[in-house]
Write a protein that binds this ligand. Structure first.
Ligand code: TXA
Ligand code: MG
Length: 315
């Protein structure tokens, strides 16, 4: 049985020892809970793919304790370094060319010649990474194609069995997954919007590559249908139709409201939890109030559009 464990000194020591032995466990991060394993250990990483039923061609993010450790795994252009300096620790993942001696195993990188790196800011994630001293591969701690978990209870719902522990870290402050940027000699492209917004990135390094100039997407995490609850979603709904559950925002009240004051940060933090809660009521459709397409609204709408996409594209 998986169980929720306190992330005190003893809990962290036990967790690091279990990870060193190849176990999988859930750790809190500031974005969503992650399902972590030793990124160097293919057997441990393989268990993560199996637990999630995740296709092995969908690579994982390697979490590290600091920017120097990250730069030992991959090659950073000056712009990538500037981004790391500005936003780490924090909700930003940088995909960079892997170094020849990159510790992150092939399976975690799905055989690609790049590596996805992130220094999380959650104090428990950082303490665990420091205690381990090796990178942790950690996708979101949900079964493949389902909504990401933002509390330890969500993780337990997803994985009642199979985890060494679920480290308790409270509700995730940000609530949606990290911004993902691919950084190489061609420039910098956004692969997934998140709490580090396009504006704040462009203010630092100038314009990102246009979407059209990206080569074909290599990672199925960017497939249309992802983050899906059981119910179908209907976006931009000012009112619910009979039988629909209604997720409100701002003045549109709904059955649950992402943020009665219309605050996008609060809406992001509530997004996955509210979707789970409405889904548990068993409606065929969850109707979602309009969300403005500015700042964090971009990332929220990205997740909602993927969840609303036809399910035959699901992983
Ligand atoms: O906030 C987050 O990023 C959370 C927490 C736990 O850190 N993690 C997370 O992981 O969202 P995951 O596996 O659910 O999403 C990682 C995404 C996937 O879409 C994957 O395809 C993409 O990153 N990815 C990872 N490595 C890649 C690579 N080398 N090239 C392209 N995409 C990559
Ligand atoms: Mg995920």
């Amino acid at each position: 049985m998986s169980k929720i464990a306190a992330a005190d000194r003893a809990g962290l020591t036990a967790a690091a020892a279990a990870l060193r032995d190849g176990a999988a466990l859930a750790m809190p991060t500031e974005t969503v809970y992650g399902l972590a394993a030793d990124a160097r250990n293919s057997a441990a990483v393989s268990a993560i793919y199996a637990l999630k039923s995740r296709p092995r061609f969908n690579p994982l993010i390697a979490h590290v304790a600091d920017g120097e450790t990250a730069q030992r795994q991959g090659r950073f252009t000056p712009a990538a370094r500037a981004l790391a300096d500005a936003f780490w620790p924090g909700p930003l993942t940088l995909i960079v060319p892997a170094r020849a001696d990159c510790e992150v195993c092939d399976l975690a990188r799905a055989g690609l010649d790049s590596v996805a790196l992130r220094v999380p800011s959650h104090p428990i994630a950082l303490a665990l990474l420091e205690e381990c001293g090796f990178p942790l591969a950690a996708p979101s701690a949900n079964r493949s194609g389902r909504v990401s978990p933002t509390t330890s209870a969500h993780v337990l719902e997803e994985f009642p069995f199979g985890l060494f522990a679920i480290l308790e870290g409270g509700p995730c402050a940000i609530g949606i997954e990290s911004t993902i940027l691919r950084c190489d000699e061609q420039g910098i492209a956004m692969l997934r919007p998140g709490a580090i917004t396009r504006d704040s990135i462009e203010a630092l390094i100038g314009p990102l590559l246009a979407r059209q100039s990206e080569p074909a997407i290599q990672a199925p995490g960017q497939l249309a249908s992802h983050y899906a609850p059981r119910a179908a979603l209907r976006l931009d709904a000012r009112q619910a139709l009979p039988g629909e559950a209604h997720l409100g925002f701002g003045a549109i009240e709904g059955d649950l409201n992402l943020s009665p004051l219309g605050d996008l940060a609060q809406a992001a933090a509530n997004l996955f939890g509210h979707l789970r809660a409405l889904d548990a009521r068993g409606p065929a459709i969850i109707a979602i109030a309009p969300i403005p397409e500015t700042g964090l609204g971009d990332a929220i709408l990205d997740r909602l559009r993927r969840a609303a996409a036809p399910r035959d594209q699901a992983q």
